[in-house]
Design a protein around this ligand. Structure first.
Ligand SMILES: Nc1ncnc2c1ncn2[C@@H]1O[C@H](COP(=O)(O)OP(=O)(O)OP(=O)(O)O)[C@@H](O)[C@H]1O
Ligand SMILES: [Mg+2]
Length: 289
């Protein structure tokens, strides 16, 4: 049987007492897609992921991952790799002990485990000794080791809950290279992030607010819809550094946010946008999204 969608979510709600952490959301994720979940703290991202990973029962609605649902929770868990927002690795165990412990939790065959570890360490380009204590690794490397742990059983769909939070830009870039490679290999990657520039790397993004999906589209289409004609991008920051200070004072600019090595600014309205471009016709580093 060919499974069209890797993830299917239909009218999902999750309630804690009277409070809805997730309110009637419906979406699907295609095989091989990099699907991003974006939203402020408490929006319901982790709760949704927990439901999809079989660790939080839905209050209402249906979910399936690679065709498996809550009817067979073991089969559902077999399809997914889950790198949770917290507590993925044991700091006081070595890298190898973390792998081995997780392999035994998954009841993986010893020879499969040994072959798989080699493949995965090659994949992340791991250069540290396997007997290094996890506590001694840099944050970015720890996250790569966590990724290996989540993929030991070769799952089809990988859920990464804020995998690059607190990681340096260098390791964030490396981590995204790994995500892209996984997607090229046909694995589906479901990732949450607070970083706007990372959202741009996703094939599609769902924007969540207070338990609801308020927008879902490609990054390009979302920018067009949410900020039609009002978003400007400023690059070439060496030349622009004094300009940034001036722009901070401009009342027509609603927000001025760093975006990788560039800045995004949102104008109050279309009139403000036109005025901005009229006043700064020679600003070569501004372009309309
Ligand atoms: N077990 C629980 N009991 C009660 N409330 C909960 C529980 N789990 C989550 N919540 C609440 O549900 C809401 C959504 O939480 P969730 O962790 O899904 O948000 P999030 O989008 O992942 O946020 P963050 O960006 O901070 O990780 C929050 O208000 C949270 O306090
Ligand atoms: Mg979360």
């Amino acid at each position: 049987m060919t499974i069209k969608n890797s993830v299917e979510v239909k009218n999902l709600s999750v309630q804690f007492g009277d409070f809805f952490a997730v309110k009637n959301i419906t979406f699907d994720v295609k095989k091989g897609e990099i699907f991003g979940f974006l939203g402020a703290n408490g929006a319901g991202k982790t709760t949704t992921i927990k439901v999809l990973c079989g660790v939080q029962r839905p209050t209402l609605g249906e979910v399936s991952v690679n065709g498996e649902s809550y009817e067979d929770i073991t089969a559902l868990k077999g399809q997914i790799g889950y790198m949770s927002q917290k507590f993925t690795l044991y700091d006081d165990l070595t890298v190898y002990e973390n792998f081995s412990f997780n392999s035994s939790l998954r009841k993986l065959d010893r020879s499969f485990f040994q072959k798989r570890i080699k493949e995965l360490l090659d994949f992340i380009g791991f250069e540290y000794p396997l007997h290094a204590l996890v506590a001694d690794l840099p944050g970015g490397i720890k996250q790569q080791v966590s990724l290996v742990v989540s993929m030991l059983h070769d799952p089809e769909v990988i859920f990464l809950d804020e995998p690059t939070a607190g990681v340096t830009p260098y390791y964030r870039n490396k981590f995204w290279d790994l995500i892209r490679t996984l997607s090229k290999k046909g694995k589906t990657v479901f990732v949450t992030t607070h970083y706007m520039d990372e959202a741009e790397y996703c094939d599609r993004i769902a924007l969540m607010r207070t338990g609801e999906i308020i927008a879902l589209d490609t990054p390009k289409n979302l920018k067009k819809k949410v900020f039609p004609e009002k978003l400007l991008e400023i690059s070439n920051l060496d030349k622009a550094s004094n300009v940034i200070e001036q722009l901070k004072e401009d009342k027509n600019i609603l927000s001025l946010l760093p975006f990788g090595s560039r800045y995004h600014l949102i104008l109050k309205d279309l009139a403000a946008h036109k005025e901005f471009q009229r006043k700064r016709p020679m600003t070569p580093f501004c372009r309309t999204s």
